[in-house]
Design a protein around this ligand. Structure first.
Ligand SMILES: Cc1cc2nc3c(=O)[nH]c(=O)nc-3n(C[C@H](O)[C@H](O)[C@H](O)COP(=O)(O)OP(=O)(O)OC[C@H]3O[C@@H](n4cnc5c(N)ncnc54)[C@H](O)[C@@H]3O)c2cc1C
Length: 421
């Protein structure tokens, strides 16, 4: 159950809704408004000039899906039919809060005022000033990367062995390109999973024909390759910098207080000002960081949050009940021939236990803090994904011992493999 500290003002029948953003969270917000019976005016402002599309295939299917995976096909929502006005190439440039609630959004050609504004501007790829390199966040980025890889084997250097770097390295090496991944940390996926678990993915690179260089900070990137901090030079036809994404909040300037660069929201996705929720202003998806009794602050970057968060946002906005547990942070990845599914939000100092044989046909990592399970990573064990998901389908963190008669059935399923030595 979503904890409610104070009742929401139900969206007045005369109210209108303005959704800023043209991605998954924006589309799902508009669809949820209609699904839950809201029939007032809905307007949408986007920036890319494209109908909403799915981002995960941009890396996983970089070379075998050459046009966007439209969310209208995947989710069955037609944005043009659901909203009254859709402007997909009219980016928001600024925001002014209105004293009575809602906000005015500034655009290049004027302004749009609404009593209820939903911020869903997602994230942008991190780029490093002075580096001449590609990034991968949009359909246009994917087109540009495909163009330089076209016409024969190329040498690609990927900076960053995170989720997207690993995915791109895998699909490009499989297509015959010469791929080197350089990573400043000592293992891949260190920021997401920690070094101990990240190290278990190191052998995947060589097995997939990718050269991985860890503990190799990059000093410079120019049109011909990468210079490492130790003086090594790696030539490349193209360099992809995949060092993370940040919430797309620059356009907000100081209109709302940010938390680690993201828009802080409560459990109902209301934007939190310095003294509580700002009336008529909500945020969802990658742009937001959500307060959670179960996990602390949950950052964006999770496709599942952008899919399911809008439904909770809309139900709370319309005064409808939300009686299921909050969405669990969930990330999936297909990389270098392996399937990864991660639930929860472990902290750096949580204790990790690896179950099964990481060199074998599948394994699971469980993070614990005291007697609470804070995260579960399932690798190449599709039948355990449901058990891991159900583990978090409750209001609090699962409080369990990893051994003994009181271990819940879902955890027992995950634990059937002995801890790795
Ligand atoms: C290559 C890639 C692979 C990924 N793979 C996975 C995965 O395997 N698993 C997973 O869980 N997640 C994955 N993600 C993350 C996932 O795609 C995001 O969590 C999800 O797209 C978030 O949706 P969103 O609508 O909040 O933001 P976005 O998808 O970023 O959409 C935001 C939209 O708002 C628009 N916008 C930005 N600024 C403005 C403005 N000022 N005015 C108007 N519009 C604006 C943008 O152009 C964009 O269309 C991946 C992301 C990328 C880039």
């Amino acid at each position: 159950m979503i904890p409610v500290t104070d009742p929401l003002r139900v969206l007045a029948p005369a109210a209108d809704v303005l959704v800023v953003g043209g991605g998954l969270a924006a589309l799902r917000t508009v669809a949820a408004l209609r699904e839950h019976g809201y029939d007032g005016p809905v307007r949408v402002l986007g920036a890319e000039g494209l109908a909403p599309y799915d981002r995960p295939p941009l890396s996983k299917h970089l070379l075998d899906r050459t046009s966007p995976t439209w969310l209208a096909d995947d989710l069955g929502h037609d944005l043009d039919a659901l909203a009254d006005e859709v402007h997909l190439a009219r980016p928001a440039r600024g925001l002014r809060l209105r004293p009575g609630g809602g906000a005015t959004v500034l655009t290049d050609d004027g302004e749009v005022t609404s009593s209820c504004v939903v911020l869903a501007t997602g994230a942008r790829a991190v780029s490093v000033p002075g580096w001449r390199a590609a990034t991968l966040h949009t359909a246009a980025d994917a087109d540009a990367l495909r163009a330089v890889l076209a016409g024969g084997p190329r040498r690609l250097v990927v900076v960053g062995a995170g989720w997207i770097g690993a995915e791109v390295a895998g699909v490009t090496a499989a297509a015959g390109h010469d791929v080197v991944v350089v990573e400043a940390r000592s293992t891949p996926l260190a920021a997401a999973l920690g070094e101990q678990v990240g190290a278990l993915t190191t052998p995947w690179y060589a097995a997939a024909g990718v050269e991985l260089r860890t503990s190799a900070p990059v000093a410079a990137v120019d049109g011909t390759g990468v210079g490492l901090a130790d003086g090594t030079r790696l030539s490349a036809d193209t360099v992809l910098v995949a060092v993370g994404a940040r919430p797309a909040t620059a356009w907000l300037a100081d209109a709302v207080p940010l938390r680690a660069g993201a828009v802080p929201v409560d459990e109902s996705y209301r934007v939190l000002g310095t003294s509580g929720p700002l009336p008529g202003l909500l945020a969802v998806g990658d742009v937001a960081v959500r307060r959670s009794a179960r996990h602390g602050w949950v950052p964006g970057g999770h496709w599942d949050e952008a899919l399911h968060g809008p439904d909770v946002l809309v139900r709370r906005l319309l005064g409808l009940t939300v009686d299921e547990p909050e969405t669990v942070p969930y990330v999936f990845s297909t990389q270098l021939g392996h399937d990864l599914t991660m639930f929860g939000l472990p902290a750096r100092d949580d204790v990790v236990t690896v179950l099964g044989d990481p060199t074998g046909s599948g394994w699971t990592a469980l993070w614990t803090r005291g007697d609470s399970v804070t995260g579960a990573l399932v690798v190449d064990r599709p039948r355990d994904v449901g058990a891991a998901r159900r583990l978090f389908a409750r209001d609090g963190l699962p409080h369990v011992a990893l051994r003994g008669p009181d271990v819940p059935e879902d955890l027992r399923t995950l634990l059937r493999a002995s801890p790795a030595t």
